[in-house]
Design a protein around this ligand. Sequence first.
Ligand SMILES: Nc1ncnc2c1ncn2[C@@H]1O[C@H](COP(=O)(O)OP(=O)(O)O)[C@@H](O)[C@H]1O
Ligand SMILES: O=C(CO)[C@@H](O)[C@H](O)COP(=O)(O)O
Length: 487
Amino acid sequence: MTTLVAGIDSSTQSCKVVIREAETGALVRQGSAKHPEGTEVSPQAWWDALLLAIEQAGGLHDVAAAAIGGQQHGLVALDADGEVIRDALLWNDTRSADAAEALIAEYSAGTGPEAVNSGAAAWTQMTGSVPVASLTVTKLRWLADSEPQNAQRVAAVALPHDWLTWKLSGAAALQDLTTDRSEVSGTGYYDTAQGQYRYDLLARALRISEDQARSIILPRVLGPAEQAGTGDAARGWGHLVLGPGAGDNAAAALGLGMSTGDVAISIGTSGVVSAVSPKPIQDPAGVINGFADATGEFLPLAVTLNGSRVLDGAARMLGVDHTGLADLALAAEPGAHGLSLIPYLEGERTPNLPHATGSFIGLSLASMNPQDVARAAVEGLLCGLADGLQAMTTLGVPVNSIQLIGGAARSAAVQQIAPAIFEREIQVPEPGEYVADGAARQAAWVLSGSDTAPQWTTSAVQTFTAEPARHVREAYAARRHLFAERS
Ligand SMILES: Nc1ncnc2c1ncn2[C@@H]1O[C@H](COP(=O)(O)OP(=O)(O)O)[C@@H](O)[C@H]1O
Ligand SMILES: O=C(CO)[C@@H](O)[C@H](O)COP(=O)(O)O
């Protein structure tokens, strides 16, 4: 009898479920369901999508274990009855940008630019990351200042995958909430290097005393293969062993079998450059977030707000589908006749420009054509990620291999232009759901009781190389500060 495990990716745009063989990782079934648009979403919509995706994947009746990977940082505020107080502000909601600046200032010393730097350095020391609007701690400050009546009702704070694991278990007690290192390392109130919550920072965010903060329930942080509980017996899932789950990029690293020296560049809603490190990585400049991974090590990563939707928007603007956009981009010359797209379409997280908008720079009669516009969109998307990759190497994080994943990694233009912009060979594994795969591998790990995750066969990869297009990155670097603030 083959043992099956389920891996779930509750990401920004959709929920994906894969059912795989626990021993080999072979894919048996899968399903998916869309999430609502927007940067604040009712967690109920995630739960409804998860139930639909489970149904589409053939159910969990014959599955022994499950684990959930998910979009990080979303603020799931629960009242004393375990009810969701308000829709969750997601990682890509920028309304807490001013709160982030205030929190940095409150830990700074001196005046002027040095003060901001000292505040950023203090937060990096305390948590591993510099607060930006994406981090949950800034959303809590926003809640305290903008919706004090809601803030006063907060009895527990969970992140998307924590809350879904709790729902999957059928738990009702807030004390049963669980999470993992990778998820909490993105909250801004967890000391990633020391592995402990910082209730003083939670108190600071909510403008309450530390004693009051300690009365707020935070999910118990589980080890990489520690059981989070069992499935909801009322739904016939009492047989289901639940894993701790993980933040989406940590789950993807587990799904890809990444180790030190491996880098994943994921182009989903977010653009993410992530690497594995045996030691904590801290970047006071705030380009790299010092997160934890799902195996007990660390996962430094750079994240942009503008990932695949840069290409979604460009395709919509040109009236083509993704294949058409790729064809247009590949028909143009590198550099798009001097046209650059600075892709801060939703504001931007890295660089931290929450109020910025995107801009085409260098328009000329020569570049005002669909091919060059498509090329500039792909090159602009990739240049932003190349900046994150460069920051990784500047911090001394080893980069020996690069794997390209996420929805936009399916683009032939992204695959062929990326090696020119990164000036490195890139590998593209078979299109798949690597976050969900990592969660499934974690579920199999929990079941095995072993010290290490099961060795699953990894996907075959296609390798892409190209002549370096340094002039494209140089043009982008000279223009990345040219944008208009959102009105
Ligand atoms: N062939 C393609 N070329 C470019 N973008 C694509 C392609 N296929 C899917 N996408 C885009 O990928 C995104 C979905 O990718 P995914 O990694 O699932 O996102 P997320 O994990 O953030 O929900 C969507 O924006 C979709 O339009
Ligand atoms: O913000 C982060 C990590 O810091 C992102 O990983 C988000 O969690 C959303 O990821 P996708 O929906 O693009 O996978």
